[in-house]
Design a protein around this ligand. Structure first.
Ligand code: F6P
Length: 324
């Protein structure tokens, strides 16, 4: 019987379990056994694994997190540990390792391909949606919805108290979550690292909103720009004589990454998983699953970490028009 390896690596996100289920069930459908390693590359190094079959992935589709656990494994940077990992993989006679991960995980897995010729198949996931080469990564839609729901609640109290609120969202160095959420909540201003705004423009926007009679404002801030605490302190100081009231802040944090995946993420994770295994069955090697212009395709894994994905600023434009 053919065997494949499977792991989830890097930050968790909603939809991982849906993807695990899809990989396992498609593999079983084609009579392939799945050796699933725990805690990402850590499980490879420590040969910590479990065999997943059709039944063991029942009831997980709608669950957040990952049943395989996940980790960021610094030892994987060391060739000697990668060699141990490869030897463990060899012990199982695994023909390909399926990595559900982000660009950091793909970069690590690529080294197994480069150093030992192991067949690596990447399935993109990250709430940040910043993997180059694919329009979509599993987890993004749910994270955006989680943030939107939280900000809707903050907006109720912001409106009642006629306040200005800065809400910090995740995204690491990228602004995809902030941009999408900014439009979804009707933010007065959205701040992203790819389009830095000078402080005076932020101040002018707040003052202009006030002048136009707006009694409250939501500013969505991507964590890659600044911390909400620092920005609110700075703005409170600089606008203290301008009668805009105290500017409050909220960091949304990990609630964005948890919870049951949205329908979109369940479907995308399922499609990605089935597609990845079917391409493997057809003999394709060393690729990542990519979603482009509404279609699934395969791309070389190394594309994902050699370039930076930049958001489409059209959403910025939309938000500018709507918030003014
Ligand atoms: O990459 C996903 C992400 O949630 C980022 O948005 C965030 O900056 C980071 O992970 C946080 O990582 P950790 O789990 O190490 O705190």
């Amino acid at each position: 019987m053919k065997k494949i390896g499977l792991l989830t690596s890097g930050g968790d996100c909603p939809g991982l379990n849906a993807c695990i289920r899809a990989v396992v069930r498609t593999a079983n459908y084609y009579n392939i056994e799945v050796v699933a390693f725990k805690r990402g590359f850590k499980g490879l190094i420590e040969n910590d694994y479990t065999i997943l079959d059709y039944k063991s992935v029942a009831g997980i589709l709608q669950k957040g997190g990952t049943i395989l656990l996940t980790a960021r494994e610094p030892r994987f940077k060391d060739f000697n540990f990668r060699k141990i990992a490869y030897e463990n993989i060899q012990k199982h006679n695994i023909e390909a390792l399926f990595v559900i991960g982000g660009n950091g995980s793909f970069q690590g897995a690529y080294l197994l391909q480069k150093d030992f010729g192991l067949n690596i198949i990447g399935i993109p996931k990250t709430i940040d949606n910043d993997i180059y080469g694919t329009d979509y990564a599993i987890g993004f839609d749910t994270a955006v919805n989680n943030a939107m729901e939280a900000i809707d609640k903050i907006k109720d109290t912001t409106m009642s108290h006629e306040r200005i609120f800065i809400v910090e969202v995740m995204g690491r160095d990228s602004g995809f979550i902030a941009l999408e959420v900014g439009v979804a909540v009707g933010a007065e201003l959205t701040l992203i690292p790819e389009y830095p705004l000078p402080l005076h423009v932020i101040e002018e926007t707040i003052l202009k909103a006030k002048e136009k009679g707006k009694s409250f404002a939501i500013i969505v801030l991507a964590e890659g720009v600044a911390s909400a605490k620092e920005l609110s302190e700075l703005l409170n100081e600089r606008l203290k004589d301008k009668d805009v009231g105290e500017i409050r802040y909220q960091v949304l944090g990990y609630i964005q990454r948890g919870g049951s995946p949205s329908a979109y993420d369940r479907v995308m994770a399922s499609k990605f998983g089935v597609f990845a295994v079917e391409k493997f069955v057809q003999g394709e090697k060393n690729f990542m699953v990519a979603y482009e212009n509404g279609k699934l395709l395969t791309k070389p894994l190394e594309i994902s970490f050699n370039k930076v994905r930049i958001p489409n600023l059209e959403e910025y434009h939309i938000n500018n028009i709507l918030s003014m």
